[in-house]
Design a protein. Structure first.
Length: 653
């Protein structure tokens, strides 16, 4: 028995179409892994994995298993959890395990790892390997990633928006971009040679460990949820925690411990921790921003552009505006938390007179206002000319795109059919620079014109060239039914939108291949007479037209009636064991299921053990210890029962 920490979840699942897989050196070359598979997944001990046994596997755990090769793991396509930690693999192929959600493969000697097809992956731990490159572009569901102690040279996390936990300590990364990982709650990146780290967009961050890098600064102004920070062994001279409540509090009133040139601030309950170098100057009170020395306001066709000089200690700016009627109105805030030193106020009334003022902010601390002179908004102008309009046909639609019209708030799109003079408005009030027109007929030529619109009116139209609409591919088929009767299966289905003909294919139960039964079929029903008696079939149908083929829709299995009753069973063997009697028998030709009965020695009555067994064996756990029994078995199909085959007597243990 392989001495492993095993975890096996056997859950109900649909039968695979593939056939049985033998558990041997050809399918599972590694002896240790083969023994693990045999011991845990070959539930009936017949030396092979049935489709049902394969489909039931959810977890494979070969932790510390001394395996050198996991070839064969690809058979377990329903597997969701794999732990291969501390083996001698060198390589790991999980390309067929597309249902995988958690993968732990520490200390496996891996130099590469391809998880591009594991799009359901939420947890990946590949620490302590020799991986230099890791492509996560398709792993958008990933929530936890640990890849520390690998010689990674780069890591693109831009598509991992769901990531909450990131651990990549002791890598050879020189830079790390987590700007797209806004859900991040914990980040460990110590000992990675980073020279800069921007966590300004990681506002959910609660724990950050970035010690033993080459950081010279760390901006925590946006990380108000942070409760744990380790940033010692860097080149940071000053650290501002005034805007981080938990860290500010632990510095002011927490326990202070020193050692190895570092200072650790902590609370006894562990609610907050901060470790820095002893030389770091910690700022706990926000510094009041200085004054803005200069400010200008210039009116243009797109609004009023404000510019100002930077204020000392300011991290953001607040802008207010007032409008002149008969008298000046009250000041109102039009924008807070402006990060730069300019702002375009596009929400102005043409020819109205305005005055602006701006002040710097550091957290909740405000600097003094700087007030500018008055400025009059420009008179409204109609939208400018559009440089070009293009129309591109694709299945079921024509996409219209255009260049921007200066001053336009929205756009109006009109369509003209070839040979006609009238223009039809297909959409108005469009705010973007493209529109997909789905109200077109395949093969018909159209052209389009677009113009910008704003409060002052409409600009000039710009016209596209003609383009012929492409035919749309057939739509989805809602349902397919298969009804079996003697010598035939009748297949019927719902219509597919845009379909001209239909393609019909058939699959035999237990096989993976599909056979084309009929192509170019125009009706919504078909009778397949090329079928065998007593066989299960399912069918799939899809629509076809000049634009291509639609998606297949698959029926349930239908079984044709058997031609005759099941044949004779050649032998029945019974083996007593602890608490049960195991009954095995030879196959009966034409049988779909088997009926198993038991008779106690000296009695005439037969008692049902298994009324509808699907395998060639069953276990009788109700046999009474010390009692002699014999068993009989017969096959069953749609035509009825075959003859019983009777075993000899055995004594239950």
């Amino acid at each position: 028995m392989l001495a492993l920490a095993l975890a096996l979840a056997l859950l109900p699942a649909a039968s695979f179409a593939a056939g049985d897989v033998a558990v041997n050196a050809a399918t599972f070359p590694d002896a240790r892994f083969r023994e693990y598979v045999s011991s845990n997944f070959d539930t009936n001990g017949d030396g092979k994995l049935s489709a049902a046994e394969i489909a039931a596997v959810r977890t494979v755990n070969v932790y510390y298993g001394s395996c050198k090769d996991l070839t064969g793991i690809g058979y377990f396509t329903a597997m969701t959890d794999l732990n291969s930690t501390i083996n001698m693999l060198g390589s790991l192929d999980v390309s067929r395990n597309t249902a995988l959600k958690e993968l732990v493969c520490q200390y496996d000697g891996l130099t590469e790892l391809d998880v591009s097809r594991n799009t359901a992956l939420t947890v990946l731990d590949c620490c302590y390997n020799r991986i230099t490159d890791l492509d996560l572009s398709r792993n958008t569901a990933l929530k936890s990633l640990a890849c520390g102690d690998n010689p990674l040279t780069s890591l693109d996390l831009s598509n991992c928006a769901a990531l909450e936990d990131l651990n990549l300590w002791s890598t050879t990364l020189k830079e790390l971009d987590v700007s797209r990982n806004v859900a991040l709650k914990r980040l460990i990146c110590f000992g990675s040679g980073l020279t800069a780290l921007d966590v300004s967009r990681n506002t959910a961050l609660k724990s950050l460990e970035c010690s033993f890098n080459q950081l010279t600064s760390l901006d925590l102004s946006k990380n108000t949820a942070l409760t744990r920070l380790y940033c010692s062994q860097n080149n940071i001279a000053e650290l501002d925690v005034s805007g981080v409540p938990a860290l500010r509090s632990v510095v002011l009133s927490g326990k202070r411990e020193t050692g190895d040139g570092c200072v650790l601030y902590s609370f006894e309950d562990g609610s907050a921790e901060l470790e820095v170098d002893e030389t770091v100057h910690i700022i706990t009170e926000a510094r009041k921003p200085g004054a803005v020395s200069e400010m200008t306001a210039a009116a243009g066709s797109d609004g009023i552009l404000l510019s100002w000089s930077a204020a000392e200690n300011a991290s953001t700016y607040l802008i207010q505006r007032r409008e002149k009627g008969e008298e000046w109105g009250s000041w109102s805030t039009i924008k807070t938390n402006v990060s730069g030193t300019s702002y375009l106020d596009a929400a102005v009334t043409p020819k109205a007179l305005y005055q602006y003022r701006v002040r710097g902010r550091a957290g909740a601390v405000n600097g003094p206002f700087k007030t500018g002179g008055s400025v009059r908004a420009a008179a409204a102008a109609k939208p400018g000319a559009i440089a070009s309009v293009t129309a591109t046909a694709s299945a079921g639609k024509i996409t219209v795109a255009w260049k921007v019209s200066a001053g336009a708030a929205t756009y109006t799109i009109q369509r003209q059919t070839y040979g006609e003079t009238a223009w039809k408005t297909v959409r108005s009030g469009v705010s973007g620079l493209s529109y997909a027109d789905t109200g077109v007929t395949g093969g018909t030529k159209y052209r389009y014109r677009v113009r910008g619109v704003n409060a002052a009116g409409s600009g000039a139209f710009k016209v596209s060239s003609y383009v012929a609409a492409a035919a749309a591919k057939p739509g989805a088929i809602a349902s397919v039914t298969a009804t079996a009767s003697a010598g035939k299966v009748t297949v019927s289905w719902k219509a597919s939108a845009n379909a001209v003909t239909y393609l019909l294919q058939r699959q035999v139960y237990g096989e993976s291949a599909w056979t084309t039964v009929k192509s170019g079929h125009k009706a919504l029903t078909y009778t397949d007479t090329a079928v065998a008696a007593g066989t299960r079939y399912r069918y799939r149908v899809r629509g076809v037209n000049d634009a291509g083929a639609g998606a297949f829709k698959v029926s349930s299995y239908a079984r044709t009636p058997a031609a005759s009753k099941p044949g004779a069973i050649s032998s029945v063997t019974v083996t007593p064991g602890a608490g049960k009697v195991t009954v095995k028998w030879a196959a009966s030709s034409g049988a779909n299921t088997y009926q198993v009965q038991r008779q106690a020695y000296g009695e005439t009555a037969w008692v049902s053990v298994a009324p509808s067994a699907s395998a060639l064996t069953c276990a009788d756990a109700k046999a009474v210890k010390g009692t002699k029994y014999r068993y009989r078995v017969r096959g069953r199909n749609d035509a009825g029962y075959g003859a019983f085959k009777v075993s000899g007597y055995v004594t239950a243990k």
